[in-house]
Unconditional design. Structure first.
Length: 181
């Protein structure tokens, strides 16, 4: 099936040009499975990784067992209070990084949904990715409130949200700098 319209335009019968060509190449079920596997499965796997780290495995007590000796080894004259602050900064940096990755993965999946054509940049996709990342951060902190070795914190949701926002803004800036959008 060929399309007489430009990408993103409608054909004479009102069908989306890209969608009609896509349906001719792949039956809708196969295409949707490929989209899910390629774009949404990484989002779900990353969310599972975050959830796994929300248990006692990556609690402050557990991570301090190897971070403190590492920092002492790297900086032997560093006072204990500075070591504790450094461990805290590393842990918060982990929050920023994991939610930055989540936001970018959601943005990537959102812009490749089966019912829409591939877009270069749309603020609605960034807002959607940011909202989902913040909502997941809130549920993650709620989960941590029920883990004996962890505490849920609203401040951590703000840290997570800042990571998601920073990643999306950086993505937008790099894309504009490279003239992708």
């Amino acid at each position: 099936m060929t399309c007489d319209a430009l990408p993103g335009q409608r054909t004479r019968n009102g069908a989306n040009c890209i969608a009609s060509e896509r349906e001719a190449l792949f039956p809708s079920g196969v295409f949707q499975q490929r989209v899910f596997t390629r774009y949404w499965l990484p989002v779900l796997l990353w969310m599972l990784l975050i959830y796994g780290g929300s248990g006692s495995l990556l609690s402050s007590q557990q991570t301090s067992r190897f971070l403190k000796p590492l920092i002492h080894w790297l900086f032997p004259s560093l006072p204990e209070a500075s070591v504790d602050r450094t461990v805290g900064l590393i842990r918060k940096g982990g929050h920023v990084a994991e939610y930055a990755v989540l936001a970018v993965l959601v943005w990537r999946a959102r812009r490749r949904s089966p019912n829409s054509e591939a877009r270069l940049w749309a603020w609605r996709d960034a807002r959607w990715a940011f909202g989902l990342a913040v909502a997941y951060a809130a549920t993650d902190e709620l989960h941590q409130a029920f883990v004996p070795s962890r505490t849920g914190s609203g401040w951590d949701v703000l840290v997570d949200a800042s990571g998601a926002a920073a990643a999306l803004l950086l993505l937008r800036g790099v894309g504009r700098w490279q003239k992708r959008w």
